[in-house]
Ligand binder design. Structure first.
Ligand code: FAD
Length: 502
């Protein structure tokens, strides 16, 4: 039998927990003193701005170089806008439950599109993103971070040159953090025009709801937008090159979501790879590699991101990049060059804002001599904002299998939960993985409305190596969806568990 996993234990390639930093600030030395270390952060997304705040707190002089707006793609084009749009779509998903719960007046799917004022929705999305970006800008300024607007590039390992439009600024740095993020990948045969052929950053310029939206790519981004526009009343065709949507995610969750998509009237084309997209007289035509043609009013290309690492002097400075162009980092965010760190989507570790921020914080703690715990990817919680949502934490079932770990698991359908019954929820489940002898919770999956909130007790269990008994012995509110988390833990203890939560 394979060895028992030791979860959340740093692997041997992990750097020491507390480094002997050569650039640690001297206590009591003012910021203007030449002995104060200068940290230059390139990129003002979550990887960059969170790091800047930590570096200031640790006493460094900090400059953030950002070419667009503070908050990065996370705030301006990706996380904040997409989740704000999805908040509008959720109104319709919730309203679907209306007739069953005794409410008259559900908007039939075919008429929904007319009820959505997309200009107002998009204006709200962009205003919210802009306000958050300005908030971050002010916060950094308040904390004494210098912000330089422009395009940064490395000139050797300890200098950043910024093209500011009116000239260049040179910044000498004791420590550089690269947090340049990624941009949407496009296909040369499907060139976005911002009107009909779109990347996700261009969706918020639409004035009217797409009549028929073709979404190319069934990863997290494709699935989230396909679900949202379907809920808002567009006819949606999801073109997936794989056997099922959400490849790489928990298989049961992905299958459930695909079933829900189809039941809501979405066309999901599996094993169908898009070759090109062109404009037609009144819409778009997407040609698949097998020659089939799908016509629609708009197409969204959601086939992943490309790290923004080209042409900014990284390789010339000795920073090692992977074949995909990502900056290679260890678990304390060090690159191959001493003094140069990297965080976020440009590293390709896990494309999540929360991970970018954590990598940035870790980098600064390491560089400036504070206590630091290396990144533990096995503890990351993530969520897919579809309806229902899919939240995961800890080791996935495929990882447990691939690594040959021993584990026990149980899956409780949401339909058995009394609160879910009252709310008219059917689609979803809670799944837990635990060590068969020690009972330590290794990971979990929650598929439910607001799974992003329900995953937290499992996150705590994984982070603190709690056992299924610890979880099962904790009170949950009756009736509540979280009752299913405790119930799953009870099942794993071996009890039959027919109690209030069941
Ligand atoms: C549609 C969508 C939805 C998402 N939803 C979620 C979600 O719900 N939750 C979640 O955790 N993650 C989500 N993500 C992922 C998340 O957006 C990224 O993981 C996160 O933005 C990464 O942060 P970052 O700091 O690495 O990069 P970014 O946020 O991309 O910021 C990088 C910044 O660097 C700047 N920059 C780049 N090059 C230079 C240069 N040479 N000089 C100066 N500035 C430069 C850019 O202008 C940008 O502002 C989503 C992604 C997408 C595409």
């Amino acid at each position: 039998m394979a060895p028992v996993p030791t979860v959340n234990t740093p692997s041997p390639d992990t750097a020491p927990a507390v480094p002997a930093s050569s650039v640690a600030p001297t206590p009591g030395v003012p910021e203007t003193d030449p002995r104060t270390p200068h940290v230059v952060v390139v990129g003002g997304g979550p990887g960059g701005y969170e790091a800047a705040l930590v570096a200031r707190r640790l006493g460094a002089r900090v400059t953030v170089v950002e070419r667009h707006g503070l908050g990065g793609a996370a705030v301006l084009t990706d996380v904040v806008p997409s989740k704000t749009l999805i908040a509008t779509a959720e109104w319709f998903t919730t309203a679907e439950q209306g007739p069953e719960l005794g409410v008259r007046g559900e908007a039939p799917a075919g008429e929904r599109r007319d009820l959505v004022d997309l200009e107002a929705v998009n204006a709200r999305v962009l205003a919210l993103a802009d306000a958050q970006s300005r908030d971050i800008h002010s916060r950094l300024e308040r904390e004494g971070v210098e912000i330089v607007v422009g395009e940064g590039r490395l000139d050797g390992p300890s200098r950043v040159v910024v093209g500011t439009g009116s000239g260049t600024t040179e910044l000498d740095a004791d420590t550089v953090l690269l947090a340049v993020g990624a941009t949407p990948r496009t296909l040369p045969t499907a060139v976005p025009d911002g009107e009909r052929i779109l990347t996700w950053t261009q969706l918020y310029g639409l004035k009217e709801m797409p009549e028929k939206l073709i979404v190319v790519g069934s990863g997290v981004t494709g699935a989230e937008f396909a679900g949202a526009y379907q809920a808002l009343g567009s006819q949606v065709v999801l073109v997936s090159s794989r056997d099922r949507v959400l490849p790489g995610e928990d298989m049961d969750a992905a299958e459930l979501l695909e079933g829900v998509f189809r039941a809501r009237g979405m066309t999901v084309m599996s094993r169908s790879r898009a070759a090109s997209a062109v404009r037609t007289a009144d819409g778009v035509a997407v040609t698949l590699v097998d020659g089939r043609v799908v016509e629609g009013s708009h197409v969204l290309i959601a086939v992943g991101g490309v790290p923004s690492t080209a042409g900014i002097g990284l390789e010339e400075a000795g920073v090692r990049l992977s074949a995909s162009g990502h900056v290679e980092v260890d678990r304390v965010s060090r690159t191959s060059v001493p003094g140069v760190y990297a965080a976020g989507d440009c590293t390709g570790v896990l494309p999540l804002a929360s991970v970018a921020a954590m990598q940035g914080r870790i980098a600064m703690s390491h560089a400036l001599g504070d206590a630091v715990a290396p990144l533990k990817p096995g503890r990351v919680a993530a969520n897919i904002f579809t309806a229902p949502e899919i939240a995961t934490v800890g080791l996935s079932e495929s990882t447990l299998r691939e690594r040959g770990y021993r584990y026990v698991t149980t899956t409780l359908p949401l339909a058995r939960n009394p609160r879910a019954k009252m709310l008219g929820m059917r689609d979803g489940f809670v799944k837990l993985f635990a060590h068969p002898d020690a009972g330590v919770v290794l990971g979990g999956v929650v598929v439910a409305p607001r799974a992003s909130e329900l995953i937290f007790p499992i996150t705590l269990a994984v982070a603190h190596r709690l056992t299924v008994d610890d979880v099962a012995d904790s009170f949950t509110v009756y009736p509540s969806l979280s009752g299913s988390v405790a119930e799953a833990a009870r099942v794993l203890h071996g009890q039959s568990g027919e109690d209030l939560a069941g």
